[in-house]
Every structure is written in C-alpha cells, then in structure tokens.
Design a protein around this ligand. Structure first.
Ligand code: COS
Length: 381
C-alpha cells in the first residue's frame, strides 16, 4: 500500500486560514503581548471570527468538528506565530474533550453553547499538590441531593481568568485516588468561583495562567460528565489529544526557529562571507532541519492513527516528547548561532527559547511521557 502524505482540500483550507490569521494578527502583535503579559483579547476576538475558537465543536451543532490532521495543521501554524496565543486558543480544545469523550447529548449542547458563542474555556485538573499525579487531587465534590458541592483550589489553569465555562476534576471519593475522580461542567457565573493569583511566566506570556478557587460551588448532578469515578480515564483520554496538539505546535515552533536561523546566517557576515558559508553552521542547520522533519513525521503518523480510529496514546506521548525536546534543542542551537544577539530581548530568537521550555513541562512533563511510552513498550504495544 502507498503511504499518502497529500492533504485533503479541507485540510489545506484550514491550514491556509490559520496561516492567514497568524500572519495578519499574531505575528505583528506577539512581541507586544510577550513584553506586557497582557491578555490578547483583541486576538481572541479575531480568532472567533476565523472560527478558530471552537475547532472541536461537533458538526451537528454547527461546529467544524475537525479531524486530528486539520487540528494539527492549525496548531502548527499557531506555533509558528506565538505559542502563548496557541495555548490560549488551544485551551478551548483541551477543555472540550472531557465533554466529548464522557458527556451525554444535553451536556455536549450546554458546553458548546459557550464555545460556539465565542467564549473561552478552561480545563481545571492540576492542583498545588497534584500535578503529575492526578490521584493526589484534593478538590472534592460532595453530593447533596440533586447537587454536588465543590470545594478546592486549582492552579496553573490556562484561560482560568477569562473562561465562560470550566471542566473541573474533583474527587467524589478521596480514598480511591485516581478511581475516585469525577469530571464536571461548571459555568463560570456559578456562585463561589474566584480567580486567584495570576502567574508571571518566563514564556507563553500571552496566555492566562491562574489559580481558580471553588468555594461551596453548587453544581447540578446532571453536570457530572460520565459516572462517578470515571474522571481519571476521561482526563487521560483528553490528554492523549492535548499532547498531540502540543507536539504539532512544537513542530510549528521548530519551523519558525529554523526560518529565523536561516535568515540570520544568510545575512550575517564573518570575514566578509555569510555565516551560511561555514560548514559548521551548515551541519547545525542540517541537524535542525532533520529534527523538525522527523517531529512532523511523528505527528502525521499519530494523526493518521487517531483519524482512522486506532490507538494512539503511545504515539501521542512520543509526538509531544520528541517535538518539544526538538523545539528546545533547536532554540538552544539557534541562540548559540546568533551569539550575543540571540541573548538580547530585541532579537527574534530569545522569546522562542522561553516559549519552547514550557512545552517540555506542560500537558504532562516529558518525564511523564516517557513513563507512558515505557509502559506501552513493556507491554509489547
Ligand atoms: N486512556 C484511557 N485510559 C487510560 C489512559 C489513557 N490514555 N491512561 C491510563 N488509563 C487507564 C488505565 O488503563 C487504568 O485503567 P484500569 O484502572 O481500568 O486498569 C487507569 O487509567 C489507571 O492507569 P495507570 O495505572 O497507568 O495510572 P497511573 O496512576 O499509573 O498514572 C500517569 C499514569 C503517570 C501516566 C498519569 O497519572 C499521567 O498522565 N500523569 C500526568 C498528568 C498530566 O499530564 N498533568 C498535566 C495536565 S496539563 S493541564
């Protein structure tokens, strides 16, 4: 059988749309939002016009219901523009999947009413004592008749300060750890929700990362996604998708770093010759380009597996790890090639390095990804 890398017309049109959006609105503004750490509300408004806020919304609700390949192409373009802004827009995908995987029809409708209306959403899983180990979650949801009462604090919550709706993971049985977790749709106007500390980050400064505090938040039972105790598996399935998105974004970042570096070595001269004439630089460029290409290949294969309904959890973890480690490696090499100029705030390259670093950490650290990968290979998968 021939392996086909040709994009469909629909995939090409999403790639084109995202590229246009990035070039017109993200590239000219990325530096400003990086410096100020201000929330890019005008860009979010534009993303809404372009239909980039509701990529996961099902077709029968009027959304695009994108396949994995189209989503990856969009994320790659966003990653070329600004990883912080991708993180903001991507937050809507991340928080949508628990509802798509575990929700009933009414819940899907309720949830996507917010998203299709152009609102942002937030995925509230991580807590101060529960990052890599969701089993340690201390936020509780206690059933009281036809409601649950949620109490607890979430941290590092992307879009947490701007979300119209949250998917919240809370324990309905603390002694059961992972198996005691349940997922809920919580609308932001619910009484008892407060937004806490806003993090001042090294990179992805155009994204909003906050603490969200739930204090006696009353949530109707029909907002529980799936059964009690299904929350962990819903979160893991969601992270399988999210890790692929991070990988695709990192491919975009790799390509951006490569483009900036090629431009630099062609323009910068040493002893009257462009840096690009040096074989040392050429070897570096060759390795950078090969890594970017290999990362893209891994993403394409994982999208293929997902779109054809096959298991892709291992490949998603591999995609995230390889693409984000590659982005960091390319960024380091680029800064080295740029020399002192690469270390300056006014260079194009140092932001890319700061943004690359977090990609090895969020959506499950690359150490966690290696555990996931090893668990699969040890079981012969
Ligand atoms: N899809 C569906 N089910 C999954 C799954 C997946 N991707 N991964 C695990 N599960 C299931 C397992 O099959 C197992 O099911 P049974 O109880 O029926 O046997 C159950 O979930 C528990 O799995 P496991 O024993 O592997 O869980 P661990 O507690 O060992 O945790 C890791 C595994 C470390 C991989 C998990 O805790 C993890 O991914 N942590 C990182 C969390 C993270 O990424 N946080 C950042 C969020 S960014 S907002």
């Amino acid at each position: 059988m021939m392996i086909d890398f040709e994009l469909t017309e629909e995939q090409k049109s999403w790639q084109k749309k995202a590229r246009e959006f990035v070039n017109q609105y993200i590239v000219p503004n990325a530096d400003k939002y990086d410096r100020t750490g201000e929330f890019p509300q005008p860009i979010v408004e534009k993303a809404k016009e372009y239909g980039l806020l509701a990529l996961a919304a099902p077709k029968d609700l009027g959304g695009p219901g994108l396949d994995a390949m189209s989503s990856a192409l969009v994320n790659e373009e966003l990653g070329k523009g600004c990883v912080g802004m991708q993180t903001t827009l991507g937050g809507n995908g991340l928080s949508s999947y628990p509802v798509l995987f575990g929700g009933n029809r009414e819940q899907i409708k309720l949830y996507f009413k917010h998203i299709l209306n152009g609102e942002l959403a937030a995925f509230a899983l991580t807590e101060p004592g529960a990052g890599s180990d969701p089993g340690a979650i201390r936020t509780v949801a206690v059933r009281k008749g036809d409601h649950y009462v949620i109490n607890g604090t979430k941290c590092f919550c992307t879009n947490g300060g701007h979300a119209g709706v949250y998917t919240v993971f809370a324990s309905t049985n603390l002694s059961e750890r992972n198996r005691g977790l349940s997922a809920f749709i919580v609308e932001a106007d619910q009484k008892g929700i407060t937004v806490g500390k806003k993090e001042n980050k090294m990179g992805i400064r155009a994204s909003n990362t906050v603490e969200v505090i739930f204090n006696d938040v009353s949530v109707p039972v029909n907002r529980r996604i799936g059964d009690e105790g299904q929350g962990f598996k819903i979160a893991m399935k969601t992270l399988d998708v999210a890790r692929l998105s991070v990988g695709a974004t990192a491919v975009g970042l790799c390509k951006r770093i490569l483009t900036e570096t090629i431009q630099f070595v062609q323009n910068e001269k040493k002893n009257g010759k462009p840096l690009a004439a040096s074989q040392y630089i050429q070897f570096k460029l060759a390795d950078m380009a090969t890594r970017a290409e290999a990362a893209e290949g891994l993403i394409d294969k994982t999208c293929y597996l997902k779109d054809s309904g096959r298991p892709y959890s291992k490949e998603s973890a591999m995609s995230k790890t390889f693409a984000t480690d590659s982005a960091m490696q390319l960024a380091e090499t680029a800064v080295e090639i740029f020399g002192p100029c690469g270390y300056l705030r006014e260079s194009n390259i140092e932001k890319l390095m700061r943004d690359a670093k977090v990609m090895q950490i969020y959506e499950g650290t690359n150490q966690i990804q290696r555990i996931v990968i090893a668990n699969h290979v040890l079981k012969g998968r």
